[in-house]
Write a protein that binds this ligand. Structure first.
Ligand code: SAH
Length: 255
């Protein structure tokens, strides 16, 4: 018997509904079931009337994925993921569960604005070309692998977005990352911290790698840290500071 279910793994963007894609919005509107953690469901509350809502806690991602797969055999199911669904999101675990269980359900991955480019937009243009994203969470990746990646990423000389920079369970990983950054970059390198981008209480601070400790208290699990390059510079924006990393036009054009 053909199955009529569908599983959409939907990136809902960084926070405010107007940063969500039209497809994300449509997929949620079409869904019978919406599954996600509390914080993400709150973000899309206005779309949840008349839906079956399944709340799941952080740390329960595998059970959440299994539940979604099982419901999607004959229901229209949306699994919400903050930011982009494929960047430190739910897409991979859901596809792994589908693969392991051999379940034939129709699925789609709906992309979303991820924290790195949401934060970058509030800072000006700190990423601008090549950049790297590294998560400091050692829940799924051992800390020695994270350190190895940080060494290589900073050695590339590209801007770095540090996801999951700090939480109560692992307060020291950020200090490790900053220590590695300082081996590769001068103290004047611009650094931005954006907390709760496009959400209530959003904060944006700009400092330098050398002065990082002065803004460290801004950093928690709702924040992302963007470290610039040797070419990045701090700019004045309306009432605050931002960061530009030149893409290289100045090497080719006069302007
Ligand atoms: N899938 C998400 C990332 C999940 S990992 C995405 O694509 O954005 C969770 C981490 O993402 C947080 O610890 C934080 O570092 C970052 N993050 C997510 N949303 C954010 C926001 N609105 N503002 C700042 N950082 C955010």
């Amino acid at each position: 018997m053909p199955l009529r279910g569908k599983l959409s793994i939907v990136g809902i963007g960084p926070g405010s509904p107007d940063q969500m894609t039209v497809r994300a919005w449509q997929a949620i509107r079409e869904a019978e079931y919406v599954i996600g953690n509390d914080a993400y469901l709150k973000q899309i509350q206005s779309l949840l009337e008349e839906k079956e809502v399944v709340v799941s806690r952080m740390g329960e991602e595998v059970d959440r994925a299994k539940r979604a797969v099982s419901l999607a055999r004959d229901r229209l199911v949306v699994m919400v993921s903050g930011g982009d669904s494929g960047i430190y999101g739910m897409a991979s675990i859901v596809l792994e569960v589908l693969e392991r269980e051999g379940v034939q359900v129709t699925w789609e991955i709906v992309p979303g604005v991820t924290a790195a480019n949401a934060a970058a937009s509030l800072l000006g243009a700190p990423l601008s070309g090549d950049f790297a994203a590294i998560s400091l969470s050692d829940l799924l990746t051992p800390i020695d692998i994270i350190e190895h990646r940080l060494e290589h990423a900073f050695a590339m000389g590209v801007p770095i977005a540090l996801y999951n920079p700090k939480s109560r369970g692992r307060p020291h990983n950020l200090a490790i990352a900053i220590g590695i950054a300082r081996k590769h970059l001068p103290p004047g390198t611009p650094l931005g911290v954006v907390r709760d981008a496009y959400r209530d209480g959003e904060t944006v601070v700009v400092t330098t790698l050398g002065d990082f400790e002065s803004v460290e208290e801004e950093v928690d699990m709702h924040a992302i840290v963007l470290v610039g390059t040797i070419e990045s510079r701090i700019i004045a924006m309306e009432g605050r500071h931002g960061i530009i990393t030149p893409r290289g036009y100045h090497r080719k054009y006069v302007y």
